[in-house]
Design a protein around this ligand. Structure first.
Ligand code: TYM
Length: 327
C-alpha cells in the first residue's frame, strides 16, 4: 500500500499556486494510499515570524486542507510540532547530510542571498534535514509537491540511500510526484518568477476576495501579439494563465487554444477569471464554515495521535540500527 506524505509551511498567505500545485492534488490522491498531511510549523521558524501570525497561518492551512476535501477520517492532518519525532530524527539525520550539498539548495541560495550573513539562521541552512526527517518518518514512498520542492525530496532520497547502505534497509525510498499541469504557477505580474507567498501584486491569495482575484487576473501581464497560444518561452504570461485555466477546468491546452481562436486577451482573461472564481467561491465558503466550527483543533489533535504512532516506530527503528538503545 502506498504511503503518501506532504506538507505546507505556514509562513505567509497561501496562494493559488499552493492550491493548484499542492492542496487540490492532495485531495485527489489521498485515497490512493495511507495519507499523512502536515503543517510544517517548525519550518516556518526558519525566517522571522510573529507568534500570532504563525499560529493563525497554521490553523488556516488545516482549514484549507479540509475545505479542499481532505478527509480527516482517512488522512492524518497534523502540526509538525505536535509530533516531536520530527525534531528527534532531524538531529540524527543531520550527520548524514553535508555542508556542500546543503549550500547548493536553490531555496537556501534564493532566501539567503537576500539576507545579511549574520541574520541567516542555522535552521534555514539545515531546512532540508528536517524535511528529510518529515518524509522518512512515515515510510512515505509518494511525495506530492510542486516543482520547487523536488530538489529537497531528491536530497531525502540521498539520505535514505546513505542510511540504508550503512545500516541495512531501514528506511523507505521516497519519490517526488507533481501534477501534470500546474506544478509551477508563475507570478501574474512577472511570469518569469514563481507565484510565491510574498508578492502581493503577482499572487492570488486564497484569502483574497473573489473581486480582488478577478481584478488581479484582469490586470495580469500578457505578452506581445494577440493569439491565445501555449508557448511558455515566447508567451509566458498567456501560457501561465492557460495553465491556471487548464488545471482548474480540466481542459487541455489545445481545447483552450481552439476555444479562443479569433478572440482577444481581454475575453480570455475574463474566462480565466470565471474559472478561478467558480472554483474559489465554494472553496472559500467551506473554509469560512470550518474556521467558525471549531473542527480544526479536533482534527489536528486526532491527526497528531495517529501520526505519532507511525513516527515513533520509525524513530525507534533508526535508533536501534545506529546504536542508540539500551539492552
Ligand atoms: P511550501 O509551503 O512553500 O509550498 C507548499 C506546496 O505548494 C507548492 N507550490 C507551488 N506549486 C505550484 N505553483 C507554485 N507557484 C507553487 N508554490 C508552492 C510547493 O511545491 C509545495 O508542494 N518545504 C515545503 C514544506 C514541507 C514539505 C515537507 C513538503 C516541509 N516538509 C515534506 C513535502 C514533504 C514548503 O516549504 O512548501
Amino acid at each position: 500500500m502506498d504511503r503518501i506524505l506532504s506538507g505546507i509551511k505556514p509562513t505567509g498567505q497561501l496562494t493559488l499556486g499552493n492550491y493548484i500545485g499542492a492542496i487540490k492534488n492532495f485531495a485527489k490522491v489521498q485515497y490512493e494510499g495511507e495519507t499523512f498531511l502536515f503543517i510544517a510549523d517548525l519550518h516556518a521558524l526558519t525566517l522571522p515570524i510573529e507568534p500570532e501570525t504563525l499560529n493563525k497561518n497554521s490553523r488556516d492551512i488545516a482549514a484549507y486542507y479540509l475545505a479542499a476535501g481532505l478527509d480527516p477520517k482517512h488522512t492524518s492532518i497534523f502540526l509538525q510540532s505536535d509530533v516531536s519525532e520530527h525534531s528527534e530524527l532531524a538531529i540524527i539525520l543531520q550527520n548524514y547530510l553535508y555542508m556542500g550539498e546543503l549550500s547548493r539548495m536553490t531555496q537556501f541560495k534564493d532566501k539567503s542571498s537576500k539576507m545579511k550573513e549574520e541574520a541567516i539562521g542555522l535552521g534555514l541552512f539545515a531546512y532540508p534535514v528536517l524535511m528529510a526527517a518529515d518524509i522518512v518518518l512515515y515510510n512515505a514512498n509518494r511525495i506530492p509537491v510542486g516543482e520547487d520542492q523536488v530538489q529537497h525530496v531528491e536530497l531525502a532520497r540521498d539520505v535514505v540511500k546513505r542510511m540504508n547502505n550503512r545500516y541495512g534497509k531501514i528506511l523507505a525510498m521516497p519519490k517526488a510526484e507533481m501534477v501534470k499541469v500546474g506544478a509551477r504557477i508563475m507570478s501574474l505580474s512577472d511570469p518569469s518568477k514563481k507565484m510565491s507567498k510574498s508578492d502581493p501584486k503577482g499572487d492570488i491569495y486564497l484569502s483574497d476576495s473573489l473581486e480582488v482575484m478577478r481584478k488581479k487576473i484582469m490586470s495580469a501581464v500578457t505578452d506581445m501579439g494577440k493569439e491565445i497560444k501555449y508557448d511558455p518561452i515566447n508567451k509566458p504570461g498567456i501560457s501561465n494563465l492557460m495553465t491556471i485555466m487548464s488545471s482548474l477546468s480540466g481542459k487541455s491546452f489545445e481545447e483552450i487554444e481552439k476555444e479562443f481562436v479569433g478572440k482577444g486577451y481581454g475575453d480570455f482573461k475574463r474566462a480565466v477569471a470565471d474559472v478561478v472564481v467558480n472554483e474559489m467561491a465554494p472553496f472559500k465558503a467551506r473554509y469560512e464554515e470550518i474556521i467558525q466550527s471549531g473542527l480544526v483543533d479536533e482534527v489536528l489533535s486526532e491527526g497528531a495521535k495517529r501520526a505519532k504512532v507511525v513516527a515513533k516506530e520509525t524513530l525507534t527503528r533508526v535508533q536501534h540500527a545506529i546504536g542508540l538503545y539500551r539492552k
